[in-house]
Write a protein that binds this ligand. Structure first.
Ligand code: GSH
Length: 227
């Protein structure tokens, strides 16, 4: 049994989608980011960075794992699924996973901050992060033009990317003309485990369809910009 500490954000969804794909039983603990639960002492003992997600593997002497990429690798290795075990295949998955962790995630995250949450509109910063996200999308599109999935078979690399790229509109980044990326976005969305995973710990799309709920969401995200 896995304990998952999470919130309705892309980094959290990566883990809930992976757990859903693996069919591993897990207990969800929603961390209230606006109330800064992630900075409380009990949580910092599990995750020294004070961010979600974190897992605790009760079946492995309550072993705690932080950093979403490390959690995905841990779960893939524990289950023997969603990542090849031969060195070259494993390396391909890790290369694309690192591309998400070091590129797509941080660039889209900063695009969200400057485009959606930051009180001042600093256009050069918005342009920088949106343009860099778009450039990274083009890299994904080229890879997906030659391969069905990002790194050989369907893997944690696809899950990690999808949880971010699916919210391209929120980041203000276009996917126009990226036909292979769109084909892959649609294929991911059709997977039952993906659909279930992005509703953990709450369904956010319904929330974002409502103006007041969206404004509350943005205000809460703004609180997280302050230390
Ligand atoms: N590199 C970390 C990033 C985690 C992260 O930034 N999580 C965000 C939500 S997506 C968070 O906890 N934000 C709360 C805060 O900024 O205090 C990972 O991939 O796990």
């Amino acid at each position: 049994m896995i304990d998952l500490y999470t919130a309705p954000t892309p980094n959290g969804w990566k883990v809930s989608v992976t757990l859903e794909e693996l069919g591993m039983p897990y207990t969800v603990h929603a961390v209230d980011l606006a109330r800064k639960e992630q900075h409380q002492d009990w949580y910092l003992k599990l995750n020294p960075n004070g961010r979600i997600p974190t897992i605790v593997d009760r079946g492995n002497d309550h072993f705690a794992v932080f950093e979403s990429g490390a959690i995905l690798i841990y779960l893939a290795e524990k289950s023997g699924r969603l990542m090849s075990s031969d060195p070259a295949g494993r390396s391909k998955v890790l290369q694309w996973l690192m591309f998400q962790m070091g590129g797509v995630g941080p660039m889209m995250g900063q695009a969200n901050v400057f485009y959606r949450y930051f009180p001042d509109k600093i256009q050069p910063a918005i342009d920088r992060y949106q343009n860099e996200s778009r450039r990274l999308f083009e890299v994904l599109d080229r890879q997906l033009g030659q391969h069905e999935w990002l790194a050989g078979d369907y893997s944690i690399a696809d899950i990690a990317h999808w949880c971010w790229v699916r919210s391209y509109k929120w980041s203000g980044v276009s996917v126009d003309g990226l036909t292979h990326l769109r084909r892959w976005l649609d294929a991911m969305k059709e997977r039952p485990a993906c659909r279930r995973g992005v509703e953990v710990p709450v369904k956010i799309e319904s929330l974002l369809g409502n103006d007041k709920a969206t404004a509350d969401f943005v205000n809460k995200a703004r609180l997280n910009l302050q230390r």
